[in-house]
Design a protein around this ligand. Structure first.
Ligand code: AKG
Ligand code: FE2
Length: 237
C-alpha cells in the first residue's frame, strides 16, 4: 500500500476540463503515449441513471478464462457489444458473445456522447466490466489484441464506486519511439507509473503508443464496498 504513494496521482481541475481551444487535459506519458481524462464527462444524476440501467439490463457473465493454460474465473462480470460484421474478439481462450448496440439504447447514447467529445474517434465495440466490490479487479494488461490495430485508442467511461486506475511502463521494453530510432535526447524522462481515481461519470482515453509501451490495472481495494461499472469503447479494425 505504502508503495502506491510513490505513484503520482493525476488530478484534473474541473475548470480546466476543456480549454478555450477545446483542448483536453492530457497526461503525456512520453514517447507518443497519452492519456486524456475528463472527470466530469457525464452529469452526476444522469450517470446514476446509466448505472442503474446497466446494472439491471446488461446480460452480465463472469466467464472462466485461461491464464498460462489454467482455468481462471475472471474477477469481475463482463459483457461484450459489437457492430455487425466485425472480426470476433478472443482473449485468454475466451470468445465473448457479441450483443447488438440496438438492444441497449442507453449504450448507443453514451457512444454518441463519446464520439461527440472526441471528434475523429470511431468506436465500434464495447467491453463492459462490473466490479461488484473491492475484491473484483482487473490485473496488469494491455489491450493490444491484433484486431485493434497497431495503436488502439480506448475510451473508458466509469460509473459508481471510484476506483484507482494505474498505468505502469512495461518492464524491460524499448518504447516504440526507441525502436523507430528517435534519438534519446528527444525523449523526455518521464515517470514509470501514474494513478487516476476514476470518478462516477468520468471518461479516460488512452491513445498513441499506450497499449504498446504501458500496462494498466484496477487493483483490489478493501475500502471499495460498492459496485462500479466501466465501459471500454474500442475500435475493431
Ligand atoms: O475498469 C477499468 O477502468 C479498466 C478496464 C480495462 O482495462 C479493460 O476492460 O480492458
Ligand atoms: Fe484494459
Amino acid at each position: 500500500m505504502r508503495q502506491l504513494k510513490l505513484i503520482p496521482e493525476v488530478h484534473c481541475n474541473p475548470s480546466e476540463e476543456e480549454g478555450v481551444n477545446g483542448e483536453k487535459p492530457t497526461t503525456d506519458l512520453g514517447n507518443g503515449s497519452h492519456v486524456v481524462y475528463l472527470p466530469r464527462f457525464l452529469a452526476y444524476d444522469n450517470s446514476w441513471e446509466y448505472f442503474h440501467y446497466l446494472d439491471k439490463h446488461i446480460p452480465w457473465t463472469r466467464p472462466t478464462i485461461r491464464v498460462f493454460g489454467k482455468p481462471f474465473l475472471q474477477p469481475r462480470d463482463i459483457c461484450y457489444i459489437a457492430s455487425k460484421g466485425l472480426k470476433e474478439l478472443s482473449y485468454s481462450g475466451y470468445k465473448p458473445k457479441a450483443y447488438s448496440w440496438e438492444d441497449f439504447p442507453p449504450l448507443e447514447e453514451i457512444l454518441h456522447k463519446v464520439h461527440k467529445a472526441f471528434p475523429g474517434s470511431h468506436f465500434n465495440s464495447l467491453l463492459l466490466n462490473r466490479y461488484k466490490g473491492g475484491n473484483d479487479y482487473v490485473g496488469w494488461h494491455a489491450d493490444d489484441e491484433k484486431l485493434y490495430g497497431p495503436n488502439p485508442e480506448i475510451a473508458s467511461v466509469s460509473f459508481g464506486c471510484e476506483r484507482d486506475f494505474i498505468l505502469k511502463k512495461k518492464p524491460n521494453k524499448k518504447s516504440k519511439a526507441e525502436v523507430e530510432g528517435e534519438p534519446s535526447s528527444k525523449r523526455a524522462k518521464k515517470n514509470d507509473s501514474y494513478s487516476f481515481k476514476l470518478k462516477h461519470g468520468s471518461v479516460l482515453v488512452m491513445r498513441g503508443n499506450t497499449q504498446h509501451d504501458w500496462l494498466h490495472s484496477v487493483p483490489k481495494r478493501a475500502k471499495a464496498e460498492t459496485a462500479r461499472i466501466n465501459l471500454t469503447f474500442r475500435r475493431v479494425m
